[in-house]
Design a protein. Structure first.
Length: 479
């Protein structure tokens, strides 16, 4: 029973982790498509019927369709940064407006009620888009839509007198238009869902074979100190798809999370990172580098996670201290006691821990103090906002201050220019990561960069001229 509850809790928090980490995932695109469909249909239908009722001198009925137009504009305004909360707000707005208009749309003579048919695409959209672990959104709300459809369709909710309803000359044309639009919306939603399911099934099969076929690749993005010295790198997974394309994580990690394949993918990333560290351990200029590996909530729920990690590190002959695991704040709410125990066990083994995208979740400082976290990675959104907004700049400074008070290192992500680096350095931040210091790159390229930097530093200390090389240099902009 406890594991089931933990799994359900993971589904909810895992969803938020995926949405935050991979804002351009297939699921995010599906939500944006649904939001756009809702926005266009509500705005156009609302505006059309508002004009019609005003033309026929029924402004009191036009008001309801003004509400539908407003909901449509809200949907269009939020479609670029769409999440489940925004979708839920729009869905409930549509429900209320359709409910009111369905009451107005009482059947007269041979002209049936038609507005209630919009409850069907609304129910279908909720069933297909909302996270299944959120029972109200994914189950109760769709059932309420279907119940409203049945209730209004049965003709038992005819509360208005005939003269309160729309003009009869509009009713027949309106019924045809509404039913056709509702059917079209339902077909569009089913089309979006079918394409999504087909793509997911195909991608899941290919991803299941990817690990065994050696299609999973690891790139490394440098992490540097305030003076530009390389401290290590973050291991970033890529999928060399059979089509020849190099897929970024947002194209397959959300699916790997939902299908549990993230365990195999994560294990392969760890193996490759350890193999790289083993090679670096033989070079005095590289052996001090630390590689950070992302850990997902699904991996943390695996009862064999700790033993598997220890086995891989031991078999590769790598020093545990050369590895650092990164986890997001949402992972802290997945079986908190179990996660804490695993973190402490791996910390005792020698692996460091970093909290990724700090500030985007809801972890409390009290909880943070109980975890063996030694590094806070500041989300790139804070860095971007701080440039133009004073309150965001003060908040960013406080995050750096909090890390110092708690004895942790603050690392700022998403550094793209020298101005951002200087601003954060003035706040006391000493570790950085971003395109300014290098894009994600193969291990061999990172090695050349680190070796060139080490050679340059030795020459500067000895007074000799630095060697010429074509390797990329930190602090020179995007690669």
């Amino acid at each position: 029973m406890k594991s089931g509850a933990a799994s359900e809790k993971h589904a909810s928090n895992g969803e938020s982790w995926v949405s935050l980490k991979f804002r351009d995932s297939n699921r995010s695109r599906k939500m944006r498509s649904t939001m756009t469909l809702a926005g266009v249909s509500c705005t156009s239908l609302g505006a059309l019927w508002t004009v019609c009722y005003l033309y026929y001198g029924r402004p009191e009925l036009a008001i309801a369709f003004v509400g539908l137009t407003a909901v449509g504009l809200l949907a269009l305004g939020r479609r670029r940064h769409c999440d489940e909360g925004s979708l839920s707000l729009v869905a409930h707005g549509v429900f209320v407006v359709v409910l009111v208009i369905s009451i107005i749309d009482a059947p007269i003579g041979t002209v049936p009620r038609s507005v209630h048919t919009f409850f069907l695409p609304l129910a279908a959209g909720a069933l297909f888009v909302f996270d299944r672990s959120r029972r109200y959104r994914a189950l109760v709300f769709p059932m309420a839509c279907l119940a409203a459809f049945v209730a209004f369709g049965s003709g038992e909710l005819d509360w208005l007198a005939p003269h309160d309803s729309p003009p009869q000359r509009m009713r027949r044309l309106g019924a045809i238009c509404n039913m056709a639009c509702a059917a079209g919306l339902l077909a569009a939603i089913l089309h979006i869902y079918r394409n999504d399911v087909n793509a997911r099934i195909s991608l899941e099969r290919e991803l299941a074979r990817a690990v065994g076929n050696g299609e999973i690749e690891v790139l490394y993005q440098p992490q540097v100190s305030a003076n530009g010295s390389m401290l290590g790198a973050e291991a970033l997974v890529r999928w060399r798809h059979p089509s020849g394309k190099l897929l970024t994580p947002d194209k397959f990690i959300p699916l790997a999370e939902e299908s549990q394949l993230i365990r195999d993918v994560g294990l392969e990333v760890l193996r490759q990172a350890c193999a790289t560290l083993r090679r670096w351990s033989h070079d005095p200029d590289l052996r001090a580098l630390v590689v950070a590996v992302n850990v997902s909530p699904v991996q943390l729920l695996d009862p064999n996670f700790v033993s598997t990690v220890k086995q891989v590190i031991t078999s590769e002959g790598v020093a545990p201290a050369s590895l650092e695991f990164e986890l997001t704040e949402s992972a802290l709410y997945v079986d908190t006691a179990g996660v804490r125990a695993k973190m402490h066990e791996l910390k005792a083994f020698g692996i460091g821990w970093a909290l990724d995208d700090f500030g985007t979740g809801f972890s409390s400082l009290a909880m943070l103090r109980t975890l063996p976290v030694t590094k806070l990675k500041i989300d790139r959104q804070f860095v971007n906002d701080a440039r133009a907004d004073e309150s965001s700049r003060r908040l960013l400074a406080k995050i750096v201050e909090i890390s110092e008070v708690m004895g942790m290192v603050a690392l700022a992500e998403g550094i793209e220019d020298a101005q951002q680096c200087e601003m954060l350095s003035a706040m006391g931040c000493r570790h950085f990561q971003g395109f300014l210091f290098g894009r994600p790159q193969p291990a061999q390229d990172l090695e050349r960069l680190a070796l060139l930097q080490a050679s340059t530093e030795r020459n500067l200390m000895s007074g000799a001229a630095p060697p010429a090389a074509d390797a990329p240099q930190p602090h020179t902009g995007r690669r």
